[in-house]
Design a protein around this ligand. Sequence first.
Ligand SMILES: *Cc1c(COP(=O)(O)O)cnc(C)c1O
Length: 509
Amino acid sequence: MGTDAATPGHMSPDEFRRQGHATIDAIADYWQALQSPGAPPVLSRARPGDVLAALPARAPEHPEPFDDVLADIARVVMPGLTHWQHPSFFAYFPSNGSGPAVLGDLLSTGLGIQGMLWATSPACTELETRVTDWMAHALGLPRSFIAEPDASSVSPGGGVIQGTASESTLVAMLAARHRLRRSDTRAVPVVYCSHQAHSSVVKAAMIAGITEEDGTARVRQIATLPDWSIDAGALREQMRRDLASGLRPAMVCATLGTTGVMAFDDLAAVAGAIETAGSPHPVWLHADAAMGGAAFICPELRGPLAGADRLDSLCFNPHKWLLTSFDCGLFWTRDSEALTGALSVTPEYLRNAASNAGAVTDYRDWQVPLGRRFRSLKLWCVLRHYGLEGLRTHVRNHLKLAEWLESQVHASDRFELAAPRPACSPLVCLRLRGDASTPELAGALNGRARSLLEGLNASGSAYFSHTTLPDTERPGNPPVYIIRVSIGGTFTARPHVEQAWRLLCDTPV
Ligand SMILES: *Cc1c(COP(=O)(O)O)cnc(C)c1O
């Protein structure tokens, strides 16, 4: 027999090289195909169960050639993909990929690093410290968020890479709750955000146990101003009411670029509301800049950061609009002790000399999981490949496209802007013009907008998503159906936005 039955058939280095080249070729071909006239429909046409039905019910007992796997990517997986990298993907928010990011991610996987402790790969921790500091400088964030504000000092603040903004908002809330309980062990915490804030705020409160007796999140969703940013006066009044009934404000989550319409909360006004609400404890101020933060790479677009020196934490996803493949969620805080106080548990098997000496950062204490990927590699590759100037150009190009689209909307008799577009937003929100003077007419207009959107998405030529907004002028009406044109894809350029606009205008309603 001669062979050892316990040894699996690993890919030989030569086979790995060959299949690796084939895989990279497949990705490069895919990117080219997406930008060519024969591109597949943006939105997948798969019906529920199609992909499952094309896959065997059990794993293979015996080895199969990797060529067959690659062939099945084309045959089984591709038809079940909605193409986020398609230049006519205008739905939700973009999920930017790029050559350097993919290669950085591949390196991270290939090196097989698990960076839970500094000691388990010092480069994984220290590169992360360096690139989060680089990004804090590049976005014009407060100095208190920088781990090494200058060559000789270390601060209690710093950045870390999480998977997503939802995780960042959760750890911010855990830190806020920890800090509150440290000064008042019996405090009953409350969280505040606007009704336009992302659902991850409510979810984080559910996870953190900041809930009412019936299990719903104890999150106050505050009214907004006409531009859909939080009404700071209403925030202060709600905090006062809660304080008067014995509750304790733990955290306010301000949003810098809301998911629905990219509204920016006024940080200085929010901080002012917190100061004048009369809380006996400091209230944690977190900013969710998941999408909007990308614009801050351009110095002329940092208006929404006025008041940022009052923030305790901020999160931002380079994987949305800054050419870094999913997933990469940056989180900064000026109070890492509150964070590690909330999250650090040290069993014997994780003890090591460097950690014991307090000489190093162990990012496991800054996040929910223990294990961590070497995510800083891809961001490092992106920053070095494009340079900050390249990233600024990417952002400015898309903002010019959004400006162009907005000017078309102003001249259109079919659509009007559904919400103001801040200068740093690449999202254009449309509503159909038409008679909405009664709830019935408004409902019918909504129905026409919905079928327009569904028809366009089914055509495969482009993909848009929607939201609704309350009708502030006619509160008796149903919420207004909004078509969101979210510009920001890696390959999205002028011709794609022009085509999208033609589709929106020329498709019968
Ligand atoms: C996209 C988005 C999120 C959610 O991001 P994840 O990283 O997917 O959790 C949260 N907040 C805002 C404002 C967003 O735009």
